[in-house]
Design a protein around this ligand. Structure first.
Ligand SMILES: [Zn+2]
Length: 458
């Protein structure tokens, strides 16, 4: 028998099991949705500058600062609320209020208010984009001091004895995280004005209490889980506006995404999806995926969502300047608005596509087992899935079982099973995405081998 190298075999000898087996698979629905392209183009660098000029003019947005002072957290959150309200009548703006919270970074209990703007879709499934509007001043050297001395966060025993930071100190928080806040506020405008009727409900969220230990995101995530809110994805943007690293390296052309593992987890799949879609719509901006939940000794609101079982990813600028974080130096002159706008555009591309795409196909049976086997020859990859509502076809992806990202893909047409002949399912990872008639593609669901050895052993 003739033997082909596996890669050739995978592409050369495909056996098609569906009813439509005689017809060749339809060509992949091509390209980019012009409505999404228009939406992305309408992201305004200038409006983000205007928003951040106002937001960073409050003396502090420390969650524990005086809520009644005219230049602290209460005034800042009210301004965000009012600004979102006057942005577009389609946005349903509210405070997401959580009283009586405590944190070692506050002297007493505090009331926390996230500000959210909801753009209702045809279905209740929700996609969030967020930044945290609260700020903090940890001392003159800020994050750089922590990095070099570990004085506030570096060593666990110190944490219990370190006094809370003074909430009255100036903390403009222009980049941390005014950048993610105005990114979310600008996307609220862009999506509401787009005229697109999204399938998903979109939530533009500005979060408080991040600097107290993700308490605002955690409170929202806990309530969402209790209420069984169908949160499909959460795009968290935190420190996304600076392109000049403190070490002198300048990079305005890339952004990092952190995501919780393991490989093929919902968050990793969301990260891969975001890079894939953004590469199509914003090819001038490159996403660098990081197979980590976050940076060393640093946290972000996406992790609070992960803790409740939701898919969430964290956007982080590629080159940080630690001397301008968590102190009085985090001012608007450190923000590169052209870079921030590019980061808003990659968020927008992924959010809009996900909000229009069908759900990913179900690839497990009632018992949760992956619907993949070796039929018909005993040496093939036979994939089955449940049809997704609204799908016009499916795209199959595969990669070497040691590779971090998809290496091959093909459009299978409108079928619910497919055979890749002579592909050993033990050596390759397979996944499937649903695609609608306009080409909007879902995230990829991967066939994951069972964690336990089945009865009978190997
Ligand atoms: Zn932050």
């Amino acid at each position: 028998m003739k033997r082909l190298p596996l890669a050739m075999a995978l592409t050369a000898s495909l056996v098609h099991l569906s009813a439509a087996a005689q017809a060749p698979p339809a060509a992949a629905p091509a390209g980019l949705d012009p409505r999404i392209q228009k939406l992305i183009t309408s992201v305004s660098e200038e409006r983000m500058r205007q928003l951040l000029t106002k937001l960073s003019s409050f003396k502090t947005r420390n969650t524990c600062s005086d809520p009644n002072a005219p230049d602290a957290v209460g005034a800042a959150r009210q301004w965000i609320f009012d600004e979102l309200t006057r942005t577009n009548p389609k946005l349903q703006v509210s405070f997401d209020t959580h009283p009586g919270l405590t944190s070692r970074r506050c002297t007493g209990p505090f009331e926390l208010r996230n500000v959210m703007a909801v753009l209702p879709g045809k279905t209740p499934r929700r996609i969030y984009v967020s930044g945290h509007y609260d700020s903090v001043n940890l001392g003159a050297r800020g994050q750089e001091g922590l990095n070099t001395t570990g004085s506030r966060e570096g060593v666990a025993p110190t944490q219990a004895t370190t006094p809370p930071p003074n909430p009255a100190l100036p903390a403009a928080g222009a980049n941390d995280d005014g950048s993610g806040t105005v990114l979310s506020m600008e996307l609220a405008r862009v999506f509401a004005e787009s005229g697109i009727e999204f399938d998903a409900t979109l939530v533009f969220m500005t979060v408080a209490g991040e600097e107290q230990g993700l308490v605002g995101a955690a409170a929202h995530a806990k309530a969402a889980k209790e209420q069984k809110l169908p949160i499909q994805a959460w795009f968290n943007n935190d420190i996304v506006g600076n392109s000049h690293g403190g070490d002198g390296i300048v990079d305005g052309a890339t952004i990092r995404i952190y995501s919780e593992g393991p490989e093929d987890s919902p968050s990793r799949s969301l990260a891969q999806f975001t890079r894939r879609i953004a590469a199509g719509y914003v090819p001038s901006h490159r996403i660098r995926l990081m197979a980590r939940r976050d940076r060393f000794s640093r946290g972000g609101d996406h992790s609070a969502l992960n803790a409740q079982g939701f898919a969430a990813i964290g956007f982080r600028e590629s080159r940080e300047n630690y001397a301008k974080q968590h102190n009085a130096n985090d001012t608007i002159d450190g923000v590169d608005f052209s870079y921030l706008a590019q980061n808003a555009r990659v968020n927008a591309a992924a959010m809009a596509t996900l909000a229009l795409a069908p759900p990913p196909p179900v690839i497990t049976n009632e018992r949760g087992q992956p619907t993949i086997d070796r039929r018909p020859s005993g040496y093939d990859a036979h994939l089955r899935w449940t049809a997704s509502p609204g799908a016009a076809g499916y795209r199959i992806f595969w990669r070497n079982a040691w590779a971090p990202d998809w290496e091959h893909e093909l459009f299978a047409g409108n079928v619910t099973e497919y055979v890749l002949a002579h592909a050993n399912i033990d050596d390759w990872v397979f996944g499937v995405a649903a695609v609608d008639a306009a080409g909007h593609e879902s995230t990829v669901n991967a066939y994951i081998a069972a964690a336990r050895t089945p009865e009978g052993g190997s």
